[in-house]
Design a binder for this molecule. Structure first.
Ligand SMILES: *Cc1c(COP(=O)(O)O)cnc(C)c1O
Length: 351
């Protein structure tokens, strides 16, 4: 017997990546940034007057939206802020998908998507990525009847991106809203912001959690036509972005140069790690994110455990199609060198 709605009582809920306590592990499991955020963030934090907290924050997080609008070259009415992009995804389901309504999402992808569908009581329409983990050509057809289609580009946990023309084709052919989750776009070769000017049904979401080194702050951005933003704005909690977050996020976005410098280092480390893992006999998917998805020459579950015993926490998914892989977040240069040394020992032992 449960007091909860049957829809909630029968689901398991989302399991976030582990945040280990106690034993010191090198965290390469939740795609956090190894480098600190812009010094402007530390400065804004230091100078924030605690007394201001007695007042409610600006409901629409205007300063954050204005800074982001300038950076993206769009109007601030085309932006909605969320308490992390996870909050925006919840808002998306609540805005666009009725109970029992169709919700399409790529698979394998971010495991939160089907959980949000279950919470909303939506009818799940998983769209399988092809054998190269690409968005299928006929995605619109496969998602027919859905009110919302969410994909991650670059994808998680596979790290690859999809041809933009294929995303545009989906926007053109799909009758509902196409949501491109760009949590990793700053690490990629391109992004879909230019689709905003072409399609009234596309949303592009970003987060400060990965490229801006601010996973603890919780700030996400959804970009779309003002009409779509206005609908989602009705669903959002009035004060979903607290005052401190508004101040720090504005500072971070205004200093995107600091973010880009961290991204440059991470991309260089990513290419280096890719090369080394390939040389050790791993299969590595082409990555445009701040992690790589690698199939080791030994069973992945065993490698996950062996790495953990040696102080490295990576992510392993015991799920169809991806249970042969481990996902490795790109850490600092020193951590990656130590990680490679341990992998070399694990993969070449007994050869
Ligand atoms: C990390 C991640 C998010 C969550 O971002 P937050 O802004 O921290 O909530 C969303 N989508 C994908 C694909 C992610 O990997």
């Amino acid at each position: 017997m449960s007091y909860a709605r049957p829809t909630i009582a029968r689901i398991a809920g989302y399991t976030p990546g582990e945040q280990p306590k106690g034993r010191r592990l090198i965290k390469l499991n939740t795609n956090e940034n190894p480098y600190p955020p812009s010094p402007m963030v530390a400065d804004a934090l230091q100078h924030f007057p605690a007394e201001r907290l007695k007042l409610y924050p600006v409901p629409g997080a205007d300063s954050v939206r204005e800074a982001a609008a300038e950076l993206f070259g769009i109007d601030s009415r085309q932006i909605l802020c969320g308490n992390g992009s996870d909050d925006l995804l919840t808002i998306a389901l609540r805005t666009f998908v009725d109970q029992g309504g169709g919700f399409a999402y790529t698979e394998p992808s971010y495991s939160l998507y089907p959980v949000l569908a279950d919470i909303q009581g939506a009818r799940k329409i998983p769209v399988a990525l092809d054998e190269n983990f690409m968005l299928p050509e006929n995605a619109a057809e496969l998602a027919a009847g859905a009110a919302l289609f969410i994909m991650a580009r670059p994808n998680a946990p596979t790290g690859n991106s999809f041809p933009k023309a294929r995303v545009a084709k989906l926007c053109r052919e799909f009758a509902g809203v196409v949501w491109v989750d760009e949590a990793y776009a700053d690490f990629a070769n391109d992004n879909c912001l230019d689709l905003l000017g072409q399609f009234p049904n596309v949303v592009v979401s970003r987060t400060l959690s990965k490229s801006y080194s601010l996973a603890g702050l919780r700030l996400g951005l959804a970009c779309a036509a003002p009409e779509l933003i206005a609908e989602m704005d009705k669903v959002r909690d009035s004060y979903n972005i607290d005052m401190l977050t508004q101040a720090l996020a504005t500072a971070a976005i205004k200093d995107s140069a600091a973010m880009r410098e961290n991204v440059r280092r991470i991309r260089a480390s990513r290419e280096k790690l890719c090369g080394e893992m390939l040389a050790m006999g791993c299969d590595v998917l082409p990555s445009e994110a701040n992690f790589i998805f690698a199939k080791p020459p030994r069973p992945a579950a065993e490698v996950f455990q062996a790495l953990r015993e040696r102080g490295f926490l990576v992510r392993y998914f015991n799920l169809p199609r991806i249970s042969d892989y481990i996902r490795i977040t790109i850490g600092s240069e020193e951590d990656m060198a130590a990680f490679c040394a341990v992998c070399r020992e694990l993969f070449t032992a007994g050869k």
